[in-house]
Design a protein around this ligand. Sequence first.
Ligand code: FES
Length: 192
Amino acid sequence: MAINRVCENQEFLHNTEQLEFQALRGIFMSMNKEKHSSDWDEAAAEKILQEKKGMPGALLPILHALQEKFGYIAPEFVPTIAEALNLSRAEVHGVISFYHDYRQTPPGKQVIKICRAEACQSMAGRQLENHVKQKLGLEYRGTTPAGDYTLEPVYCLGNCACAPSMMMGGKLYGRVTPEKFDALLDKKEDAA
Ligand code: FES
């Protein structure tokens, strides 16, 4: 399958190597997809905490589940997590701030993730990120004032053959030029 076709269709279906790559990409995609849709709900957060606090190494699964559910981890819930796991607040805060993917404020309606890893950087990824920052008037981890877009860095989306890559609204895009980004953004705004 020609690389161009792979990049256009986002399909990897034929030989073993491609299937392995597809599996790897699936892992990256699941780590980066955005499924949340709700505001913070203390009762739902508490339920997640109670369900997972007995797991070995429960902190990361709890944080992951909270972020998946709400799109962020409310700072006011940190003491509750700390108490349930017999950790200090500083330890919980330390883990949240160590992992780039965890947010402590609600994200915008669309989260845009620009890949900053090597393969994308070598294929004009820096030019793309500068363009996106300028276009949205954001730095990384920022959200537009109306709450439409949040911009985040990501370090490999498993789509290196189609660099530079990005995700918008949970969807993966390859070979993204500034022009292609503008067209995607226009499409999103038309659909809103
Ligand atoms: S380096 Fe960007 S997708 Fe892998």
